[in-house]
Each structure stands twice: as C-alpha cells, then as structure tokens.
Ligand binder design. Structure first.
Ligand SMILES: [Zn+2]
Length: 127
C-alpha cells in the first residue's frame, strides 16, 4: 500500500496553531515559532535538522481523527512517542504540562556546559 495521503505542510499547521500557542505561553511570539522547527509541546529545537518535528495527530487516525490542520501538531519524536496513546482532555493536559521537559533539557544543558568548562580548566592549558 502506498502512502498517498495528502498531509498539510508544517507551515500550514504552524499558521493554524500560532495564536493558540502564544496564548497558552508555549512561545513568546509567533516569530519565534516560525524561526525554526520547534516542538509545539516541549519547545525543543534542532537548528541543524529541518526534519526535527513530526506531524502528529491529536486524535489518532485509527479513532477517526482527520488529516486536517486542526487535528495536527508538530512534535519532536520524544513528545510524539510519549503522547501516542493520550487523547482528548488528557492530551490537552499533557500538552500544556510538557514545557517541563524543555526546562529539564535546558537545566541539563547548563550542567553539561559547566562540566565541559570544568574539564577544560582541569586540563590546564599551558599557554
Ligand atoms: Zn517535544
């Protein structure tokens, strides 16, 4: 079976959700959302990978969910997997809560940076 379904573009999905995402404070501005391939749920981003996010159905297709923009979010593979079996109100709760994941990554990123700086300093460059 070939996959000939016509899915909306990522841009169309972003355009549809932009105001909502800013309203629920997932993004500071619409510009930020369009700057790169941001995960709608956790806000994570990969500058070097334009295929970072995946089109994810809010209501699963097997439960009658459509391919329309209002039923699609752009999620990173982590969020896509963790939300796979969550539907309806639970999805909304999960979605709104998901910023925590972003903060966790950012907190870790600082820790990793500190570790690297520490290692470099310990290495004691002699110049
Ligand atoms: Zn994510």
């Amino acid at each position: 079976m070939t996959n000939a379904r016509k899915m909306p573009t990522k841009k169309a999905i972003k355009t549809y959700w932009a105001n909502y995402l800013v309203k629920i404070e997932k993004f500071d501005s619409i510009d930020e959302l369009f700057e790169a391939d941001y995960c709608f749920a956790c806000g994570s981003i990969d500058d070097e990978n334009t295929q970072y996010t995946e089109r994810a159905h809010i209501k699963a297709r097997c439960n009658g969910g459509s391919d329309a923009v209002e039923n699609l979010h752009l999620l990173c593979s982590f969020c896509h997997k963790s939300s796979e079996f969550i539907e309806g109100d639970d999805y909304e709760k999960w979605f709104i809560k998901q910023n925590a994941f972003r903060m966790m990554i950012e907190a870790n990123a600082h820790k990793i940076t500190d570790d690297i700086i520490g290692m470099l300093r310990k290495g004691g460059r002699n110049d």
